[in-house]
Ligand binder design. Structure first.
Ligand SMILES: [Zn+2]
Ligand SMILES: [Zn+2]
Length: 233
């Protein structure tokens, strides 16, 4: 009797996998069989996480010019189905998709040294009004709750409204972002910047430079996914 009650409770505790919609017992929102089909980021640049063919290397861009950030922690390459889940997470209120990928990313990366705080990449207030939320803040909150690291959104602001970066090349991205971010207070010595996708690395590098100029000694980046476009420092 007790056993069947327990089993029925377990049955009701099962949740549906976000990808295959089947019920499963795992803690995460994507079931184990679906997890195995995801495009996990394997061999990657030790600094910027660009996908590489061999491990324990730096990519040509990082060898040519050291970025202002120290390390990128990233779970996936930006390919199917990750590239189909992140946009609705950012633009259509499907924050459960972002949280699902974030859970898996946290479980897959080994953050060897915890930062003093997490900083979500800020959005201009006008953009937050139109989108209703900052997706980077959703990710930083998940990371903060899971790893018990303070979240600070009072250190960095986006003071200029800029055009969407998605359709711009690296040069245009740099021009677009120049002077758009600024530090409002002295940041702690070791911070981790949180964003959804690292594309060319332009945003991450520019903000890392600003944080260093404001007094940071170490800047790490946490992102869900990395495109295979080379960095553009
Ligand atoms: Zn599944
Ligand atoms: Zn690199």
């Amino acid at each position: 009797m007790l056993r069947s009650f327990k089993n029925s409770c377990l049955f009701f505790n099962h949740k549906r996998c976000l990808l295959c919609q089947l019920k499963h017992k795992g803690k995460q929102r994507i079931c184990k069989p679906c997890q195995q089909t995801l495009p996990w980021l394997k061999a990657q640049c030790l600094r910027c996480a660009l996908p590489l063919r061999s491990e324990n290397n730096l990519c040509p861009a990082c060898l040519r010019k050291t970025p202002y950030f120290d390390r990128v922690y990233c779970g996936f390459t930006y390919s199917f189905p990750i590239d189909a889940l992140i946009p609705p997470g950012k633009f259509n209120n499907r924050t459960d998709y972002l949280e699902a990928i974030c859970e898996l990313t946290i479980a897959s990366v080994c953050i060897s040294e915890k930062p003093d705080c997490l900083i979500p990449v800020p959005m201009h207030p006008r953009k937050i009004l139109s989108r209703e939320y900052n997706h980077a803040w959703i990710l930083a909150r998940k990371l903060s709750q899971t790893l018990d690291i303070p979240l600070r959104n009072d250190l960095l602001i986006k003071s200029m409204h800029t055009a969407d970066q998605r359709d711009l090349n690296a040069v245009k991205r740099r021009q677009n972002l120049r002077n758009s971010f600024s530090c409002t207070k002295t940041p702690p010595l070791h911070v981790m910047l949180v964003d959804d996708v690292i594309t060319t690395g332009t945003t991450a590098n520019m903000i890392s430079k600003i944080l260093r100029q404001a007094g940071c000694k170490r800047v790490d980046i946490f992102a869900l996914a990395r495109t295979d476009k080379p960095s553009s420092k």
